[in-house]
Design a protein around this ligand. Structure first.
Ligand code: MIG
Length: 652
């Protein structure tokens, strides 16, 4: 049962696609405090809280303060309150009561979940204007299904996007990209995608190609496709200000950019230098920007990733001028310590500055609205621009799309990747912990940068991370310019990487089938254990997940570990894969076990009464067929598994 309540006069977000009548009366479960702009809930000792999508910290969100305020923050440490997403759906979970709540507002919301007071959850608002959906149901997953039903069906990528993708910020030329393809193919590691980061563009201008570094791009796209590799270019939110650059000129003449109070286009700076931001909230601007993706689809591109769409701002012209004026007042002075810190902070806070988000306006549904009031739906509407355009540009075929910034609603148009993580063991754990919350909020085609984006990776971390990454729909190895190179073929134990990636391809029939069933039936792909098992221990497990109907995962995420403790809520069949066709099966009893796993072994637990279909891996997704499946079963018949298949490319 879903009840909808309204506080104040909310700005619509288009997150919910179903019309639900407003309920009268007060919001159940919570105390509404208008003065404090707060909804408060007493938390019982054993209440757990799940959800909120992409955030820091564990699967159970209790004990921290999360703020929905989409931020380009490349340090996802535990002390942070905001990442790139605002996915305001959560479930309060206990034996006595379990219910869901969705807070629909494009503005800032804080979720103090037992942070200030252990037994209090407080949801507080900058502006007390929101639609609140309270969702009851028989089980946690039931509640998720009801929620997912009202926000509309999750995005469906082309099936080839379930292959492996290699990426790096700093593939500077077509030859460098060719070399990556050559080396993967020489190493016998299947690969389906190579991602193009900002370096493919002419001076970082959206929808352009650097002709010197990537000569005859259409031919290059074809050449790679003939080798079974899709090139997937990045698109950034900012449009370079440059006379003669058609996208910029069209944006100006069409009046498609965000404006300052005085009506001038905002001047900000990102990778291209000075840019204007398209007003993705304005229908015409969204349609215009979306139509530009055709420039690349026309040359054979079939997938994109949208970046910098919080939006990230290195600086605005106006703020920079203010900073310089302020610096002048410090110059030549004997600075006291406080003044010095003030001076230092002034410089440190130039990028993604709070005040800058109040300097510009959108034209949204016929109203002029200051950016900070709708900040969290900016990236969503960039992804929507692409998604809406793809329906016209490519009415028959699916196009791959995922974004950095997100808001519920964007899940209908694309997936997300979890942004600039680090090559840290703790971020492998974070990747594991983010997946169920992303399933809850509808972002099914998602994953994190395998191996970590920033910092230098090590071979053991990359092996363990890949051994988890093969289970996430988006399976992409991506890293930052300046860090240790981390393509799999660069390491000593190439056979281990080959076996891991091969296993991914062997798993595709299962992964795709479970993915599609989750999309079509509004189900979760990744689940916390306690969504299926009602014992107390299951509700406390923070490092094991259920994946689809058949599998439990217990990834190893600590350095130098040759095994880990695994909790089994029931008997399961452990499959120890050394490669897709070299594995042992062992039935493990319910309870706690220390399970060994060498660096080149991958563990999968098959649940009782369930089936894992496996394919022969291949050189790439082009060859993965539904013929010749083998089945690993635990007290089940192969025929009891409902395998979803389709042509993998037609829109449905
Ligand atoms: O300011 O395009 O999260 O994946 O490699 C950095 C360069 C901009 C941030 C993205 C990352 C990408 C990088 N981008």
């Amino acid at each position: 049962m879903i009840r909808k309540f309204r506080i104040g006069d909310p700005i619509p977000t288009d997150a919910v696609v179903m019309d639900i009548e407003l309920s009268e009366g007060s919001i159940p479960y919570f105390d509404t405090d208008k003065e404090a702009k707060e909804l408060a809930l007493f938390l019982e000792e054993d209440d757990k809280v799940f959800g909120l999508g992409e955030t820091v910290r564990g699967i159970n969100k209790r004990g921290w303060l999360y703020v929905s305020n989409n931020s380009d923050d490349p340090n996802h440490t535990e002390n942070k309150h905001s990442l790139y997403a605002s996915q305001n759906f959560l479930i309060v979970f206990s034996k006595k009561k379990t219910f869901g709540i969705y807070i629909d507002t494009p503005g800032r919301v804080s979720f103090d979940i037992g942070y200030t007071f252990h037994n209090k959850m407080s949801i507080s608002f900058e502006d007390f204007d929101a639609d609140i959906y309270v969702i009851d149901g028989d089980s946690a997953e039931d509640i998720v299904s009801s929620f997912r039903h009202i926000i509309g069906r999750s995005y469906i990528p082309p099936k080839w996007a379930f292959g492996f993708g290699q990426s790096r910020w700093s593939y500077l030329t077509a030859d460098e990209v060719r070399e990556v393809a050559d080396k993967y193919q020489a190493a016998g590691i299947p690969i389906d995608m190579i991602y193009l980061d900002i370096d493919y563009m002419e001076r970082y201008k959206d929808f352009t190609i650097d002709e010197k570094a990537f000569p005859n791009f259409p031919e290059f796209v074809k050449e790679m496709k003939n080798r079974g590799i899709h090139l997937v270019p990045i698109i950034d939110a900012g449009v370079k200000i440059e006379d003669g650059y058609d996208i910029y000129e069209e944006g100006v003449s069409g009046d498609y950019f965000v404006k300052k109070e005085n009506g001038e286009n905002l001047v900000a700076a990102v990778w291209p230098g000075k840019v204007h931001f398209p007003d993705f909230l304005k229908d015409e601007a969204r349609a215009w920007f979306g139509s530009k993706y055709k420039i690349l689809t026309d040359v054979g591109i079939e997938g994109f990733w949208n970046d910098m769409n919080e939006p990230a701002i290195f600086y605005t012209e106006d703020h920079l001028n203010e900073v310089f004026d302020q610096i002048d007042t410090y110059k030549g002075k004997n600075l006291g310590v406080r003044e010095f810190f003030g001076f230092r902070d002034l410089i440190a806070h130039i990028s993604n500055n709070e005040a800058d988000y109040k300097r510009f306006y959108h034209e949204y549904k016929g109203r002029k609205i200051r950016h900070d009031k709708v900040h969290n739906i900016f990236g969503y509407n960039m992804t929507r621009a692409a998604g809406e355009a793809f329906e016209k540009i490519s009415p028959d075929k699916r196009i791959l799309m995922f974004s950095r910034s997100s808001f519920i609603g964007a899940h209908r148009y694309g997936g997300i990747w979890c942004g600039d993580n680090h090559s840290w063991w703790s971020h492998l754990l974070m990747n594991i912990q983010e997946m169920p919350a992303l399933s809850m909020t509808g972002f099914l085609y998602s994953g994190a940068d395998i191996g970590g984006f920033d910092s230098d990776v090590t071979e053991d971390l990359l092996l363990r991370w890949a051994a988890f990454g093969i289970f996430t729909p988006l399976f992409r190895n991506h890293s930052a310019e300046g860090t240790r190179r981390q393509e799999f073929y660069r390491f000593e134990n190439i056979p281990a990487f080959r076996n891991i990636v091969n296993l991914r391809y062997a798993l595709v029939p299962y992964l795709y089938s479970e993915y599609m069933k989750a999309v079509l039936n509004d189900r979760m792909l990744f689940k916390p254990l306690c969504f299926e098992y009602d014992d107390d221990r299951s509700s406390q497990i923070e490092d094991q997940l259920l994946l689809g109907e058949s599998l439990m995962l217990a990834p190893i995420y600590t350095q130098n570990a040759t095994g880990r403790y695994v909790y089994l809520p029931e008997d399961m069949k452990l499959i120890r894969f050394r490669s897709f066709d070299d594995y042992d099966e062992e039935i493990i009893e319910k309870g706690d076990h220390y399970i060994e796993a060498e660096l080149d072994e991958i563990l999968v637990f098959v649940r009782k009464g369930h089936v894992l279909p496996l394919a022969e891996p291949s050189k790439g997704m082009g060859d993965v067929t539904k013929d010749d499946l083998s089945y690993i079963c635990f007290e089940a018949e192969p025929s009891s598994y409902e395998l979803y298949t389709d042509d993998g490319i037609s829109r449905i």
